[in-house]
Design a binder for this molecule. Structure first.
Ligand code: IUR
Length: 487
């Protein structure tokens, strides 16, 4: 496999922020702090300096905050994305894979384990999925953290190992590394601890630099909106999705986006190892309906974009078939093994009973159920307070590199629209140290919103699709849910 490598030293210093041939880093920070536009050379200098240690951590944090507060213009974001992608190697694949290379990425949610079933389902349909994923950011969970709850799973894979796994299995899920998008590895971890996660140019460059390095043919983005998402309103998420789709297309990937609701958790389980268990249910053709719906919708779009299905619904049907007939699950098992999991453990997880799975994933020491405080119909189960409590119980990080507890999590015991009686258990919290406290219990109780309305059926989380420009032209318009466009 061939690959290209960026120069390992910063380019010549930018004129505007140059002092006697030395780049003046405080000047780059000052410019962005004061709302000025950074020049492409300054952006290149910044990204290349991340790899050489010439920026102090405090300076990186300051520039991130300046970008968070002042934003970036479209061409600055595009330049940042390209430079981040060029900070490491670009993956190059056999020519015959060209149309098969697809991937999905989400902007982060609570209980969002979609990548775990989706990558093997796509591989089972003949695609190649070289997924470079992320860890938890802020209160949201990360695919890599979920997979690391499986003993032996190695998220760190070289480009050569990725190619081998793609040849054998069809999909892999790996982390950024010194070789792969190293600039994102540095910035991703620092954003998480400097309150700069929710910056549009930083999110766009983080997501699309990883995808650009994968040399994809087609990409679908799951853009979340709602009280537990980075974007709270449909309008702001749609604006963001349009920017993502536009930059993705400019970078040569057929890019589509789906806008999905993130007020309640996706599925019924939140927390790393609990989410692996739920992903396995989905891979067996079961599991919560909202999870399956999102997996088959995103997969359907990718199969259609890559020419493996005549329409999005036809693609969704294919994904449903490989979930139902066991081929996606067998592909997941093969991926676990290829990424370091002992064959017996992978078999116990993928072919075993729930009990055998729990022997591998080891539940948390303590489990406690909270009960409904009154009679009523479940109107909402707010994901944000649940995620915040789990984060403070050790499911997420407050410092870079911090160890997390993969066993911390929550199981929802009621569903939207269900009628419950006072005293009905509605959530089971899994924890160890720190212990669940009364303030935690109080916060969690506020997450269950009960009303007096008649029971209602849960509504779909998929609200809207934005297809790439080329596909929009082919289908006539952006697709709304319920009117999934035919090619
Ligand atoms: N996923 C990423 O890879 N990067 C981000 O910034 C977010 C999600 I938010």
């Amino acid at each position: 496999m061939s690959s290209s490598r960026a120069p390992s030293h910063p380019a010549s210093s930018p004129n505007a922020s140059e002092e006697g041939g030395q780049a003046n880093i405080p000047e780059i920070i000052r410019k962005k702090r004061d709302g000025e536009k950074l020049q492409p050379e300054e952006i290149r200098y910044f990204v290349q300096a991340l790899g050489t240690g010439s920026f102090q951590e405090g300076q990186i944090g300051a520039l991130l905050m300046a970008i968070r507060l002042r934003g970036m213009e479209a061409d600055e974001t595009l330049a940042l994305t390209r430079e981040m992608a060029a900070s490491g190697r670009t993956l190059a694949w056999p020519e015959q894979w060209r149309r098969l290379l697809v991937d999905k990425h989400s902007t982060g949610g609570v209980g969002d384990k979609v990548s775990l079933p989706l990558a093997p389902a796509l591989a089972a349909c003949g695609c190649k999925v070289p997924m470079i994923s992320g860890r938890g950011l802020a209160h949201t969970g990360g695919t890599l953290d979920k997979l690391e709850s499986v003993p032996g799973f190695k998220v760190s894979q070289s480009p050569e190992q990725m190619k081998e796994i793609l040849e054998k299995v069809g999909c892999c899920i790996v982390e950024q590394s010194k070789k792969l998008v190293p600039a994102d590895k540095v910035l991703y971890a620092l954003r998480d601890v400097t309150a700069t996660v929710d910056s549009m140019p930083l999110i766009i460059s983080s997501i699309l630099s990883k995808k650009m390095v994968e040399s994809l043919s087609a990409l679908v983005l799951d853009v979340k909106f709602g009280s537990a998402a980075l974007y709270h309103t449909l309008e702001s998420a749609q604006q963001f999705a349009q920017n993502l789709v536009s930059v993705g297309n400019q970078l040569g990937m057929k890019t589509a986006a789906v806008l999905t609701r993130m007020d309640e958790p996706l599925g019924c389980r939140v927390g790393n190892s609990l989410e692996v268990l739920e992903a396995l249910q989905c891979l067996e053709g079961g599991g919560p309906g909202d999870l399956r719906e999102l997996v088959i919708t995103l997969g359907g779009i990718l199969l259609w974009q890559s020419g493996r299905a005549d329409s999005v619904p036809a693609g969704a049907t294919q994904i449903g078939q490989v979930l139902d007939n066991g081929t996606a699950l067998r592909t997941f098992q093969a991926m676990l093994q290829a990424q370091g999991v002992e064959p017996e453990l992978a078999r116990a997880l993928c072919q075993g009973t729930e009990e055998q799975r729990l022997q591998v994933l080891k539940p948390a020491g303590t489990q406690e159920e909270l009960r409904a405080l009154r009679d009523g119909t479940v109107q909402q189960i707010l994901a944000l307070p649940i995620a915040q409590v789990l984060h403070s119980l050790g499911a997420g990080r407050t410092q870079e590199g911090q160890q997390i507890n993969h066993r911390v999590g929550a199981e929802l015991l009621v569903t939207m629209g269900q009628q419950v009686r006072k005293g009905t258990p509605w959530i089971r919290i899994h924890y160890e140290t720190p212990q669940l406290s009364n303030p935690h219990r109080g916060t969690l109780q506020k997450a269950l919103i009960l009303g007096d309305a008649e029971p209602i059926a849960p509504s779909s989380k998929v609200v809207k699709m934005l297809l790439s420009a080329e596909e929009s032209a082919a289908t006539g318009s952006q697709g709304e849910r319920g009117g999934i466009p035919e090619k």
